[in-house]
Design a protein around this ligand. Sequence first.
Ligand SMILES: O=P(O)(O)OC[C@H](O)CO
Length: 425
Amino acid sequence: APARAQDRPVVTFWHAMSGPLGEEVKKVCDAFNAAQSAVTVAPVFKGTYGETMTAAIAAFRAGQAPHLVQVFEVGTGSMLGAGPAVRQVWQLAQETGIAFDPAAYMPAVRSYYSLPDGSMAAMPFNSSTPVMWLNADLFERAGLDPAAPPATWQEVAAAADALKTKASAKVAMTTAWPTWVMMENFGALHDLPYATKANGFEGLDAELVFNAPPYVAQIQRLLDMAKAGTFTYGGRGAAGDQIFPVGETGLSFNSSAVRAAFSRDAKFRFAAALLPYDPSVRASPNNSIIGGASLWTMTAPRRTPAEYKAVADFLKFISQPDSDARWSKATGYVPVTLAGAGLSLAQGYYARTPGADIAIRQLNRGAVTENSKGLRLGRLPEIRTIIEEEFEAALQGRQGAQAALDSAVARGNKVLREFEKSMRG
Ligand SMILES: O=P(O)(O)OC[C@H](O)CO
């Protein structure tokens, strides 16, 4: 007879998913727990992505790391440097005999979490990309057509102006994740290097170069719009996610995975649209890069082969097309496997759900270059915070756009050199 749920060994899974996303994580775990009787996977919410990652590293040092931790994409460089704290996916496969085929995963997702030889280090789970969300009611009030969203930054600025003057939108435009959207993805779309060495993929000695003129012009545009009252700063990290659903915001930049929370909270018609680009920088935009997070297997003293096997079983489970498709449809994250995407398509999901394909279309726009395949930089979460600090100082009128990015590059490079030194022992 199967062991009673409460008697089974527990696999602890620390995650950073709140609200409806947290409920969906629980459903994924419940489904796995119902499908087998050897172990129970127990999800534990540990706060923001940053807090979750910090907690996991501290727990490792205390010999009490969870079996699995969800780490945002920008934590990848640091986790790859975490040595014995983690069991990379390829190692886990070798030790447990449970194989994972890298070719089963979406290339844009897999490459972010793989070593140069193609072996997977972390397990793809929740991959997103930033998109533009628009309030269709406010758009119409401003005389704009929500079915023809602004495609360029020039059109966005004009739309924000109309939203403020004609629709009296309290917030014409805002953003969550200022660095992810306005810097990292701006670089990818316009094929601009963010750092040397193929954005860090080709060496720990990479240096930041995001103070080049097109980035400065983008920050200047936001400063100008803030001054004109058409851009409202929404705070660091995910803070800006709270603003749009209230209903007084015309345009907002957020993860594709706010779909779940927006659908629950927004009492107005809204739509997702492709990220705008600046045709004076590049005639047509390239793909955006993924965000979200992946799952890392962690180590702890006295952890048994059976426990690692259970972890591998769970990772295998979430990679099955039905689990992947279900999770993606419920959240707004993109399917991470090709079969999961194929299943959603075959089920008619994209035909039925307008805008749900925007993230996938955007990840496949243009041609992937070394400037659009992602970032591989140690301590990147700290560099994001530095950029946000410098941007805030510019918004307060304490420095210009060029000075803000020059300072962020200089401070960020110091962080990279410290990381490089720690890696080279
Ligand atoms: O809100 P998420 O999960 O799509 O993640 C957004 C950012 O990529 C986190 O680094």
